[in-house]
Design a protein around this ligand. Structure first.
Ligand SMILES: [Zn+2]
Ligand SMILES: [Zn+2]
Length: 299
């Protein structure tokens, strides 16, 4: 889509980076690593998500998802029921079939068979419930996984220079979803730069480290960290994960330093560092930016 290339300076910092190639496969590997380090029953859920991400990788190779016509200036259609592609239900079925042999949790297998028996129209209705926040949690992870496949495939077709630089840095400039967290990169020319991370389309966009991405305040941002030294049982995700809290707007988002853990992933590592959320929550800060796989159940 992006055919014109503007000459760039030697130290050009791209505002937006397209989704990483093989993002779902890499995330699956990371979920498996984190599951191995997890001592509690939460391990089972991390393993389910590893199977989901492996399935996302496989399924995303098998569907052609051309950029929708209503993509304007690199801005994708919002995640809403009317923007789902025709093949959405087929993507969900393919995900379920691919993941099924790798799932050991009985309740998850039960849900898979329930969803496999739904009609395409019912699958699309479930997606509507996800957008409204009324979907039952067991079904939601599959719908979320399918939405990520679609929006990530689209975002991969948007050229770097097609997306306009926005002043506001909490929402994805490509699809409008609030950032789940941010990553401080280590690639040579981008080393030390912070990129916010989209949990839906996997786009990344640059934001200054010194400023609160939520309210823009520069003076009240603190990084909180849980030291692994006292608790050697903690997953290695804690070495990279910091909660970036702001006393002006009383919110926080997580920031991952790849110089500390080069495979840190803002979706997977988030779910392996929930102790940090508890600590920051107790200190009075509210979380900004949802993780599509952090689905809270009643029990
Ligand atoms: Zn996005
Ligand atoms: Zn703030």
């Amino acid at each position: 889509m992006n055919t014109t290339t503007t000459p760039k300076g030697l130290f050009h910092t791209p505002f937006r980076l397209a989704p990483e190639q093989n993002v779902f496969a890499n995330r699956a590997v990371r979920f498996k690593e984190l599951a191995e380090q997890e001592r509690s029953d939460w391990k089972d859920y991390l393993l389910v998500l590893a199977a989901v991400c492996d399935a996302q990788h496989a399924v995303s190779q098998n569907f052609s998802l051309p950029l929708p016509e209503n993509t304007v200036n690199g801005i994708l259609p919002k995640a809403q029921a009317e923007h789902l592609p025709e093949v959405f239900a087929e993507i969900v079925y393919a995900l379920l079939n691919k993941a099924q042999p790798h799932i050991q949790t009985a309740a998850v297998l039960q849900e898979i068979s329930t969803l496999q028996n739904l009609k395409p129209s019912e699958i699309r209705r479930l997606a509507g419930e996800v957008f409204d926040g009324t979907c039952r949690p067991a079904a939601e992870i599959w719908i979320q996984a399918a939405l990520q496949i679609v929006w990530t495939a689209w975002a991969a077709q948007v050229g770097e220079d097609d997306v306009a630089v926005t002043e506001e840095r909490t929402h994805c400039p490509c699809c409008g979803t609030p950032a789940v967290g941010s990553v401080v990169l280590i690639q040579s020319d981008l080393s030390g730069l912070r990129y916010m991370y989209c949990p839906l389309c996997n786009s990344r966009w640059n934001a200054l480290r010194a400023k609160c991405p939520t309210c823009g305040d520069g003076g009240n941002v603190r990084l909180q960290h849980i030291e692994g030294g006292d608790t050697p049982d903690l997953p290695d995700a804690y070495t990279a994960a910091h909660a970036e809290s702001c006393k002006s707007c009383h919110t926080y988002r997580k920031l991952y330093r790849r110089d500390k853990q080069q495979y840190a992933d803002p979706i997977a590592d988030d779910l392996a560092t929930l102790g940090l959320d508890i600590a920051v929550g107790e200190a009075g800060f509210e979380r900004s930016g949802a993780n599509p796989f952090l689905i809270l159940t009643e029990d």
